[in-house]
Each structure stands twice: as structure tokens, then as C-alpha cells.
Design a protein around this ligand. Structure first.
Ligand code: MSP
Length: 537
């Protein structure tokens, strides 16, 4: 697996047909905010989609705990950096639980096993002749943990993202990584792997940046203690980004493994997808592949840079302090509502503004009305007209609702595969809306009065089955709601157990297609599956 031959740079076809996906490893300078939660919700939804397809999934997240930003925050709070990290990390794990995120691997970069991986990797890069000592001068944004070029700063040297933090002038001896050596190799790699960077706009951004010429970057710090010592010069610590990116590798170690690169890479490497925000594109699209090339390792298959959640047009962030507290939002509205709003309302890849009134309106309209009420009124009618069991009928192949429902699986699958999560949600919602229209137009209550029992059964089956399909395909986004809908339809399915309990997938076999509702299945007494959200007065 680990080879220094240039041919190993081309990712081999995935031997294990697995979906391995990462969120960024979050800085622990402050408690998580809704922006950090956004990436994680998206990664969780996509992972759940692949688990529903029966594929092995490894969902990786974690925390990036070294560097000057963390060191300073801990100092300001009068705590040791490790104490500070431990406290904030528990905030992240609590949030993931509240948000109903299923994490397979949680990697902390302060884990001693990670140190072994970073040292071994650094040594490889050193052996490849790609590290040298030199003088670093320039403007450094501690919040980005990155040197900035003049054109990336305001006139008074503030970073464009962290407009309230002045960049700091640095003039120091550091070790450098020969990024410039990889310019052409990177360009070839992008050309041969046109899908590596997504969406297209981000790819273009990276290509243009690389085209302007790559400069070596410093991979050590003399003035920062909170980090791993450089193996070849322990007065220096390893640059936090060099350390953090390797967290994706350390995360792959099995608990019983010795922490070596070979062990970490043997099963899951190369990863399938890194999902990140657009602010950290350069590190993942340029630095990371070059580091891997230097170490002779294959490069992950895809990198997707999503947009920002903004407030009044500014990126929400811990540094600017214009964030929304996800804990509050979740306590008030629950995980399904929060997940649904952010994943459906914001086109994945673009920026999106958050507004609480809009949030409430959208969630109520889609989940409580279009989907929840549709189920509720159809169930009532099924109890009234069909004895509370799934009618024993076959809906005509050309029935418009059946036609739409039958194509939903393909649409949703395509959407998730291309990370158009909003598209998947839209597809499901369209089916629910079509179900409401169908019910209104076909008016089974009139048909019942006319004594046309066959028509009543066909209509009710078509609508119930559409709601089931909608719940099935929306389960990666709103797993609890889908479980409740399924329960009303007479199934016992815990969507959170898909991928861990093989029985659940067995029970769901064929459920992505039309016709999963078995005739004669008893239906539950109608209960609202989604309580309307109330604005705070
Ligand atoms: N520690 C680095 C990542 C290292 S990965 C090896 C880092 N951490 S971060 O906590 O600052 O940001 C993590 C992710 O959260 C980034 O992808 C960033 O884009 C995302 N977001 C932070 N604020 C955000 C918004 N307001 N909106 C959407 N995503 C945002 O960078």
C-alpha cells in the first residue's frame, strides 16, 4: 500500500467499496457554533445515505487542538492548554450527540498516538528532501493560523475573514516545506482528476491560485510551545496545519494497532471525501496533496468546499462573535428541525443566511404540513374507509404519484452522490407536495360516498406509499421523523441503527422502491409526527 513510486499517487479503485468521509477537525478555541455544526450535519447525512445503501461507512470527525490560537485562548482563561482542550472537546461531543450525529472515529490531535503518526510522516518528508530551514517574514493571522499575502489583508493588515483581528508581523527562523517543487505535479494531478475539487467554482479558484505560482510554506514554529516537537530540531514545534491534516490518517488506526503509518493506511486509505468549508480549501487542495505526494502516498478522491453560514453577510464565527448557539437552537426545536433547515434551505456549496422566522416557517410548512399532515389525514381516512390496514390493491403503473415516487430513489441517490443534499430534500418534498395535490384532486371522501371502494383504496395506498418513500429517502436528514412516520405506517424501524444492526437493513430491503408497504399491514392510530415549531414571543 505504502509506496514511494510516483504511480502510487493515482488513487486505485476503491478496493472495499466503502464510503470514508471526514469533517474538518475543529479548532477548540471556543465552544462549537452553528457553522461548525453545519459541516458535521452534512457529513452525517451523507454517511447515513451510504449506510442505507448497505455500504461500509467510516465517518471521521475530531478536534484540532494545537497551535498558537489554542495556546493563547488557554492562557487568557488561566488554564493549561490540555485542560482547556479537554473542556471544549466535551462541548463538541455533547453537541454531536444532541444533533444526532453518528461518529465512527473521533480524533483528537493531542492524542499521543497522533504524535507517532506525525513524526513518522514528517520523517518521510524530511527523507524526501522536502524540508529545509529558512527565514520566514510576513503577516500572520492567528485565527486562520496562516501567513497572508498583502492582497489578502485590509489596508491596516486585518485578515479579510477575521476583520476584528489584526494580522501580526513575523520575522523568524523556521523550517519550510518545498511546496514549489510540487507545482507541476499538482497541476497534473488536478488535470487528471477533474472531480477532485468540487464544486467547480472552488476548483477554478484553486487552479488560478496554483497557476500564479506556489511558494514554500513554513512547517515549524519557534515561538509556539503547544504542539509536537520537530523530530530533527526539538526547539521548534510542528506547524498546526501540518499536524492537523494528519489527523485524518491517525483516525484510521484501529484501537489495537501500533501507531504506524502502515497500520493507519492499510484498510481505509485513500479516503473517499473530505468535506470542508471554503476558507480552508487551500490547505486541503494544495498543501495536503503535496504533503502526501512528498510522502509517496495516494491522495483522497474528493474534496468538497461548502459555503458559509452568514449573519448580515459576514461569515458566522467564533472570532467575530456573531454566531448562533446550536445548543439553544436544538433545545428549542430539536435535531430534525435544525438538520432539515440547514441541509434543505442552503444549497450545499453556497453561502446561506440564517433567520429564525424563516427557519420556523420552512420547517413547519415542509415537515409539519406537507409531510406530517399528509400522513395524518391519509391515515385517518384509511382508518375510516379501509379498517386501519394497508389496502390490498395494486396502484396502476402509470398513476402519476407512483411514477413520481418510483423515480425518487434515483433522484435522491444522484443528489447524495454529488453532495447536492438540498436537492435530495427538494426531491422528497416534491413527492409530499404532489401527494397533497393528488389527494385533494382525487377526493377519496367523495369516491367513498359514491361507493367506489376500489378507487378509495388505490388513492389511499398511493399516498401512504408516497409518504413512506418520502420518509425512507429523507431518513439521512431527519432520522427521528422518518422513524416516527414508519411507526405510524406499522413498521418497527430505528433509522439510527442502520449500518450497525444488520436486522434493520434486512427489514428495509427493497424500501427504496415503490411498493414497500405490505398489503394488510395494520396502521397505527394517527398521531402528529411533527409538532409545529412555535416562535419565542
Ligand atoms: N482546525 C481547522 C481545520 C483543520 S482540518 C485538518 C479549522 N477549524 S475551524 O473550527 O475553524 O473550522 C472548521 C470548519 O468549520 C471549517 O470547514 C469552516 O469552514 C467551518 N465553519 C466555520 N464557520 C463557518 C460558518 N460560519 N459557516 C459554515 N462553515 C463554517 O479550520
Amino acid at each position: 500500500m505504502v509506496s514511494t513510486e510516483p504511480s502510487s499517487l493515482i488513487p486505485p479503485p476503491h478496493p472495499h467499496q466503502s464510503f470514508t468521509v471526514t469533517t474538518p477537525l475543529y479548532y477548540v478555541n471556543a465552544m462549537p457554533h452553528i457553522g461548525s455544526a453545519y459541516t458535521t450535519m452534512a457529513v452525517d447525512a451523507v454517511s447515513r445515505f451510504y449506510r442505507l445503501q448497505g455500504q461500509p461507512v467510516l465517518m471521521i470527525t475530531g478536534t484540532d487542538e494545537h497551535g498558537q490560537k489554542i495556546e493563547r485562548t488557554a492562557q487568557e482563561e488561566g488554564r493549561s492548554p490540555q485542560e482547556h482542550c479537554d473542556q471544549i472537546v466535551s462541548g463538541f461531543t455533547n453537541l454531536w450527540e444532541k444533533l444526532n450525529i453518528r461518529v465512527d472515529r473521533f480524533i483528537r490531535t493531542t492524542n499521543p498516538r497522533h504524535q507517532a503518526i506525525v513524526e513518522e510522516f514528517f520523517q518521510r518528508v524530511l527523507d524526501a528532501g522536502d524540508i529545509y530551514s529558512g527565514k520566514q517574514q510576513g503577516w500572520y493571522c492567528v485565527s486562520c493560523e496562516e501567513f497572508k499575502e498583502e492582497r489578502e489583508l485590509t489596508e491596516d493588515h486585518h485578515c479579510l475573514i477575521h476583520t476584528n483581528k489584526a494580522a501580526e508581523w513575523r520575522d523568524e527562523e523556521n523550517y519550510f516545506f518545498r511546496l514549489s517543487k510540487y507545482q507541476e505535479k499538482l497541476q497534473d494531478f488536478y488535470a487528471n482528476h477533474p472531480d477532485f475539487i468540487q464544486p467547480e467554482s472552488r476548483r477554478n479558484e484553486v487552479l488560478a491560485f496554483v497557476e500564479r505560482g506556489l511558494q514554500d510554506f513554513s512547517v515549524s514554529r519557534v515561538n509556539v510551545d503547544w504542539g509536537f516537537a520537530l523530530p530533527n530540531d526539538p526547539k521548534h514545534t510542528i506547524y498546526v496545519w501540518f499536524d492537523a491534516l494528519l489527523g485524518y490518517v491517525t483516525a484510521l488506526l484501529e484501537p489495537e494497532d501500533q501507531p504506524t503509518l502502515e497500520n493507519a493506511l492499510k484498510r481505509w486509505w485513500p479516503l473517499h471525501s473530505h468535506i470542508i468549508g471554503k476558507d480552508i480549501l487551500r490547505f486541503h487542495a494544495i498543501y495536503w496533496p503535496a504533503m502526501l505526494m512528498s510522502a509517496g502516498l495516494p491522495i483522497p478522491q474528493r474534496l468538497f468546499g461548502h459555503g458559509f453560514l452568514t449573519k448580515d453577510g459576514h461569515k458566522m464565527g467564533k472570532t467575530l462573535g456573531n454566531t448562533i448557539d446550536p445548543f439553544e437552537l436544538l433545545d428549542r426545536y430539536g435535531s430534525d428541525a435544525v438538520r432539515y433547515y440547514f441541509l434543505k434551505e442552503i444549497e450545499f456549496g453556497r453561502d446561506g443566511d440564517f433567520n429564525e422566522t424563516r427557519f420556523i416557517n420552512i420547517v413547519n410548512a415542509d415537515l409539519a404540513n406537507d409531510l406530517g399532515n399528509l400522513l395524518n389525514r391519509t391515515l385517518r381516512m384509511t382508518h375510516k374507509y379501509c379498517g386501519g390496514v394497508v389496502p390490498m390493491v395494486t396502484v396502476a403503473a402509470e398513476d402519476p404519484l407512483r411514477v413520481l415516487g418510483s423515480s425518487l430513489g434515483d433522484r435522491v441517490a444522484q443528489a447524495f452522490q454529488s453532495l447536492a443534499i438540498h436537492e435530495a430534500c427538494h426531491g422528497v418534498l416534491m413527492l409530499a407536495q404532489a401527494g397533497n395535490k393528488y389527494l385533494d384532486e382525487r377526493a377519496p371522501w367523495t369516491k367513498f360516498k359514491q361507493g367506489d371502494r376500489a378507487a378509495v383504496e388505490e388513492i389511499l395506498y398511493a399516498v401512504l406509499e408516497s409518504v413512506r418513500l418520502a420518509a425512507y429517502w429523507l431518513s439521512p436528514v431527519v432520522p427521528h421523523l422518518s422513524g416516527k412516520i414508519y411507526a405510524q405506517l406499522g413498521f418497527v424501524v430505528d433509522f439510527d441503527a442502520v449500518g450497525t444492526d444488520p436486522m434493520v437493513l434486512d427489514r428495509l430491503a427493497g424500501h427504496g422502491d415503490w411498493g414497500g408497504l405490505p398489503a394488510g399491514q395494520p396502521l397505527a392510530e394517527p398521531q402528529p409526527v411533527f409538532q409545529k415549531l412555535e416562535p419565542l414571543t
